[in-house]
Write a protein that binds this ligand. Structure first.
Ligand SMILES: NC(=O)c1ccc[n+]([C@@H]2O[C@H](COP(=O)([O-])OP(=O)(O)OC[C@H]3O[C@@H](n4cnc5c(N)ncnc54)[C@H](O)[C@@H]3O)[C@@H](O)[C@H]2O)c1
Length: 430
């Protein structure tokens, strides 16, 4: 099928290249000139495993191309996906300005029937909004659909190619059948719903996962006070198939470009409809408090943090991605700086120039080697569980730190081993 994707970020680019790999002819459009120029040369603007090879391969086979022209992106396409960003506004609402702009561009460029399929995470009613915007620009026939995306950064290509379910919200048989054809190669349940329900499924899923994380973090906080071990508690809980073992890792809380904004957006959707989603308020509060708790643990080891040198390993919101949007590590560094601490930071993949421009840190030195980052520091903070941290040389860490202090926000080291090696080691719920 001839398809196009509006927005070539983590979701749009992965969607585009995976559909091209499945034999479709795909055009990816973005408003970001630098991104599109890089992509035309097969260079990926962010880190995502497997993506670069797949893009290069499909450029070579002429199944995927990139453009800055919305007209070219829309011309002769049967399906047009919207995968633009939907960041949160200050009040927690989803900012739909990119969606509106994309819908307007599509409406202006449409010449014949197409389905406009929304993959961005959007509040209930956005399908209807997109339809109305397009209708103002284009008087011909078209359909709207909602097809939320569940891929995870760090394993996005695998997740897209191996979905556990595909959700399709439509209100016409024609669009339902066309989307069914597009997803024909996938062997998983397809859940067909109305558009509003599909939009809600995405928010409900993310909010539930965030709730699971905040729940286990609350259990961790009780474990710390009663002498239980949250890792063992979570393992035993997870063996119960009603609970499941995923998203039960205690730590400094969830982050990233989805959970924080989607939880707050769902809370706002409920409020707009005169309902207080009490549980989600608590989920957010617990998540924020986990960051504070890590700083308190650091104070427990070092006392007053003024002028203390702190090494932070991990800046991305989780391993295997360079994405730092709403990363717990960034919040923690800001809290350390507020208390007068000075930070050495290391991450294997993040764009530190951009991080500095966006956050205007006052004291952070970004290091290009994880061990160099430890020099002259009184404590090591584990903020992201990259494999290279899990496999770090503990003797070297001990020799390089001024004092053998580690505060582990991701529970990556073995308690007994750390004690035996003489570390002052604090983790979460153990
Ligand atoms: N990142 C994830 O893991 C993930 C997973 C599932 C769903 N989502 C949802 O998918 C959507 C996209 O997320 P993302 O992480 O890919 O965002 P992103 O910021 O990585 O990419 C969005 C892209 O859209 C482009 N864009 C903005 N306005 C545009 C316009 N008018 N026309 C064309 N392009 C435009 C931007 O330049 C950017 O390249 C969001 O709603 C997000 O919540 C994200």
């Amino acid at each position: 099928m001839n398809i196009s994707i509006f927005g070539t970020g983590y979701v749009g680019l992965v969607t585009g290249v995976c559909f091209s790999e499945l034999g479709n002819k795909v055009v990816c459009y973005d408003i970001d000139e630098e991104k599109i120029e890089k992509l035309k040369e097969g260079r990926i603007p962010f880190f995502e495993p497997e993506l670069e090879n797949l893009v290069k391969k499909n450029i070579k086979k002429k199944r995927i191309s990139f453009t800055l022209s919305p007209e070219k992106a829309v011309l002769n396409k049967k399906a047009i996906f919207i995968a633009v960003s939907t960041p949160q506004k200050k009040n927690g609402e989803a900012n739909l300005s990119h969606i509106r702009k994309a819908a307007k561009e599509i409406g202006k460029s449409l010449k014949g029937y197409a389905i406009i399929i929304n993959k961005s995470t959007v509040p209930v009613g956005t399908g209807c909004l997109v339809r109305n915007i397009i209708k103002k620009e284009y008087k011909g026939d078209f359909d709207i659909a909602s097809n939320p995306e569940f891929l995870r950064e760090g394993s996005a290509v695998f997740d897209f190619m191996n979905p556990e379910r595909i959700v399709v919200g439509t209100d016409s048989l024609r669009s339902k059948e066309m989307i069914k054809d597009l997803y024909e190669p996938f062997c998983c349940p397809v859940v067909n719903t109305k558009i509003e329900t599909a939009e809600m499924i995405k928010y409900a899923s993310n909010a539930f996962l965030a709730t699971k994380i905040s729940f286990i973090n609350e259990i961790a906080n009780v474990c710390e006070r009663v002498g239980a071990n949250v890792d063992e508690v979570a393992y035993a809980m997870g063996l119960d198939s009603r609970i499941g073992n995923k998203f039960l890792d205690a730590g400094i809380g969830y982050g990233g470009s989805c959970f924080p904004k989607d939880v707050r957006a769902l809370h706002n959707i409920a409020l707009d409809n005169n309902y207080k989603f009490k549980l989600l308020r608590a989920v957010v509060k617990v998540n924020n408090d986990q960051r504070l708790s890590l700083v308190e643990k650091t104070e427990k080891l070092l006392g007053n943090l003024k002028n203390k040198k702190i090494c932070v390993w991990g800046l991305s919101f989780k391993p295997n991605t360079d994405d730092t949007r709403d990363s717990a590590a960034i919040d923690i560094i800001k809290l350390f700086e507020k208390k007068g601490g000075k930070v050495n930071a290391y991450d294997p993949k993040t764009d530190n120039g951009k991080l500095q421009r966006d956050n205007k840190f006052k004291t952070v030195s970004f290091c290009s080697d994880q061990y160099d980052a430890l020099k002259n520091c009184q404590v090591l903070i584990i903020a992201t569980e990259w494999d290279e941290f899990k496999n770090a040389n503990l003797k070297r860490i001990k020799n390089l730190l001024q004092e053998p202090n580690i505060v582990d926000g991701r529970n990556i080291f073995d308690l007994k081993k750390m004690k035996k090696m003489g570390f002052n080691y604090l983790s979460v719920g153990r």
